[in-house]
Design a protein around this ligand. Structure first.
Ligand code: DX5
Ligand code: ZN
Length: 218
């Protein structure tokens, strides 16, 4: 299956000691740090802003994969870029001007990602395929960690893998990815896996990350 990227979501970390938690998942062998940004408007929860990303930045040299669940998103992209995000992913549903948002992200020298909620068709990606570095398929409705994986999204993952062709685009999956669901997701064509509860539950971050890697090979 080539190299699988494991991106633990710090949404499932202990927010009272986030810096320590970021160091712990880095030490445990993660590839990216997934940061879930929620505004209480686009999604029914409020989490992390650019100042928190900036405060966490010195705690790991690994890529910060910042998932913006906010609308509008454009007014905050510069702040996240300056705070140290490496990949900035926006929702296709968060506004009418996805192409503009992606160009804006690229203008700051950052990797640009686009994500789809479970009800959005993959055709929303068709005219931005040559502008994205990452496509994120949400396999839960965004807003909370610990929700059940939606198997309806496996077909979407397969279809997007086909659409990507030989473009250098990472295909990432987010929501309910754990030891039970990881094999299906990777077989469908994903190469980057976000896991919140799947990494943080039980406290054995290294064991959980290794378990995900083993499941991805199965
Ligand atoms: C959901 C977030 C996810 C979430 C994943 O809105 O985007 O990153 O934290 O958590 P799990 O892996 O527990 O489903
Ligand atoms: Zn996320």
């Amino acid at each position: 299956t080539g190299e699988i990227i494991i991106a633990p979501s710090i949404l499932s970390a202990d927010f009272a000691k986030l810096g320590e938690e970021v160091r712990a998942i880095d030490d445990a062998g993660c590839d990216w740090i997934h940061v879930d940004v929620m505004d209480g408007h686009f999604v029914p929860n409020i989490t992390i802003g650019p100042d928190v990303v900036k405060a966490l930045r010195p705690h790991s040299p690994k890529p910060f994969d910042v998932h913006l669940m906010i609308a509008p998103c454009d007014p905050y992209i510069e702040a996240f870029a300056r705070a140290g995000a490496d990949i900035i992913t926006v929702h296709a549903e968060s506004g009418p001007h996805l192409d503009r948002s992606l160009q804006y992200i690229k203008g700051f020298g950052k990797k640009a990602g686009v994500t789809l909620t479970p009800s959005t068709h993959e055709s929303a990606l068709e005219y931005v395929l040559d502008k994205v570095d990452l496509i994120l398929v949400m396999t839960v409705n965004p807003g909370f960690g610990g929700q059940a994986f939606l198997p309806s999204q496996l077909e979407k993952i397969r279809n997007i893998r086909r659409m990507i062709g030989d473009r250098p685009i990472d295909l990432e999956v987010d929501g309910g990815v754990n030891a039970e669901t990881v094999a299906d997701v990777v077989k469908a064509g994903a190469n980057a896996l976000v896991a919140g509860s799947g990494v943080f539950k039980g406290g054995d971050y290294k064991g959980n990350i290794e378990g995900l890697r083993a499941g991805a090979e199965a």
